[in-house]
Design a protein around this ligand. Structure first.
Ligand SMILES: Nc1ncnc2c1ncn2[C@@H]1O[C@H](COP(=O)(O)OP(=O)(O)OP(=O)(O)O)[C@@H](O)[C@H]1O
Ligand SMILES: [Mg+2]
Length: 332
C-alpha cells in the first residue's frame, strides 16, 4: 500500500501519501514546532495580536490555543486546510527566517501528530486554533516554566534558556517585533481577552452575528458562569467558575506582551547601546503586586480620616518611563 513502484534490490518509489506522512514527521518534531508553525500562519494572515494559551493535564496532554486577529479562514475550508498541499499562498511563496514556506503542509503535519481544530474563524474576524498533544508521543522541552533571558550582545539580541515554548515565541517575536504576542495559561489569556474586549456590541450574540474580531468579544460575558461557557465554547479555554469570577473582579492580571515582559540584559561591553526599552517594562508583575499591597495599606490609613475608601484595587499601568496608578474612590 505504501509503494507506488518496486524498483528491485530493496529500492521502491513511495506513493505520495506515504512520502507526505514521512515528511510530516520530519517537519513537526516537538510541541515547540507546532507553536512556531501556528505563529507563522498568524503572521502570514496579517494578525496584529496573537494570544497563546498553554496548559498540561495529569495525563500529559498539552493543550494549546492560538487566537489571532488575522484575515480568518472561510467556513468551508476550515477542515480542508488540515489536508496536505492545501494553501492560500499560491502566488505568495514565502521564504522567511525559518525557511521556505507556502507548501500547504504545516497544518497537515500538525494533524499527523496531534489533534488540531479550528474553533472559530471567519474572514476579517481572526482565527481560534486549538491543538491537543499527547506529549508521550510528541515531545516538548522538559522545562516549560523557565523564562528565557534576553541578552544584548554585539551581534544583536540573544535569547538564552531551555528551548521551551516561551523561547520559541520570544525568538519569533524578536524577528517580528510589531506583533503583540501574549502567552499564559488559559485563565491569563482569558483575562487579556476579557479586559481588552469592547463593551458595546452590535448584536446579541457577537460570535455568530457580528463582524467584530473574536479577540474583542469575550467581554460580552457578565456573570462568571457566562464567562466560563463562552471561554470554553468560543475559544477552547477551560476556566473554573472561580477563576472566571476572579477575572471579572480583575484579580487575575492580564499578562503583558511577551516583549515587554522580558527585560534585556546588557553585557558590559555593549552597555547602553541600542537599547530603547521603557524603564517601566523592567518591573515584573510580582513586583508591581507588591506596590499594589503597599498602596492599599498606606491609602487605607489616610482615607479613614475622610470617610472614603477604595472602590476597587489600585490599577497600575506601565507607560514609558513612568508607572501611573489610578485609585477609584467611594464613600466608606
Ligand atoms: N491563523 C490563520 N489565519 C488565516 N488563515 C490561516 C491560518 N492558519 C492557516 N491558515 C490557512 O490555512 C492554509 C494552510 O496552512 P498551512 O500552514 O498548512 O500551509 P501554508 O501556511 O500555506 O504553508 P506551509 O506548509 O509552508 O506552512 C494557509 O495557506 C492559510 O490560508
Ligand atoms: Mg503555514
Amino acid at each position: 500500500m505504501r509503494v507506488e513502484e518496486d524498483l528491485g534490490g530493496g529500492f521502491v518509489r513511495l506513493n505520495i501519501d506515504e512520502s507526505q506522512a514521512r515528511q510530516a514527521k520530519h517537519d513537526i518534531r516537538c510541541v515547540e514546532d507546532i507553536v512556531l508553525e501556528a505563529l507563522r500562519n498568524s503572521r502570514d494572515a496579517k494578525a496584529k495580536n496573537i494570544l497563546i494559551a498553554s496548559c498540561k493535564n495529569e495525563k500529559k496532554n498539552r493543550s494549546l490555543v492560538i487566537i489571532d486577529d488575522g484575515s480568518g479562514i472561510p467556513q468551508n475550508l476550515q477542515e480542508k486546510i488540515f489536508e496536505p498541499r492545501v494553501t492560500s499562498k499560491l502566488d505568495k511563496f514565502i521564504i522567511d527566517e525559518y525557511g521556505v514556506h507556502g507548501r500547504g503542509m504545516a497544518l497537515y503535519s500538525i494533524s499527523m501528530c496531534s489533534h488540531p481544530s479550528i474553533i472559530n474563524s471567519h474572514p476579517g474576524r481572526g482565527t481560534v486554533l486549538m491543538a491537543t498533544i499527547d506529549t508521550a508521543k510528541l515531545p516538548e522541552a522538559s522545562d516549560q516554566s523557565s523564562i528565557p533571558k534576553l541578552k544584548q550582545t554585539k551581534k544583536g539580541i540573544e535569547v538564552q534558556g531551555p528551548n521551551n515554548v516561551l523561547k520559541s515565541i520570544l525568538t519569533f517575536n524578536l524577528k517580528y517585533p510589531d506583533l503583540q504576542i501574549y502567552y499564559g495559561n488559559p485563565s491569563q489569556i482569558a483575562s487579556v481577552l476579557y479586559q481588552r474586549g469592547i463593551k458595546e456590541f452590535d448584536a446579541s450574540n457577537p460570535f455568530t452575528d457580528s463582524q467584530k474580531p473574536y479577540i474583542d468579544c469575550l467581554s460580552l460575558a457578565i456573570t462568571p458562569l457566562e464567562l466560563t461557557k463562552i471561554a470554553k465554547n468560543q475559544f477552547g479555554l477551560e476556566l473554573s467558575q472561580r477563576n472566571s469570577y476572579r477575572i471579572i473582579n480583575k484579580e487575575i492580571p492580564p499578562p503583558e506582551t511577551i516583549l515587554s515582559l522580558i527585560p534585556i540584559k546588557t553585557s558590559s561591553n555593549t552597555k547602553n547601546k541600542n537599547i530603547s526599552r521603557s524603564l517601566s517594562s523592567y518591573l515584573s508583575n510580582e513586583d508591581l503586586a507588591q506596590l499594589d499591597n503597599a498602596t492599599i495599606n498606606v491609602f487605607n490609613t489616610i482615607a479613614e480620616k475622610y470617610f472614603i475608601q477604595l472602590a476597587e484595587k489600585p490599577h497600575f499601568k506601565r507607560v514609558g518611563n513612568t508607572i501611573s496608578v489610578t485609585l477609584l474612590l467611594e464613600k466608606a
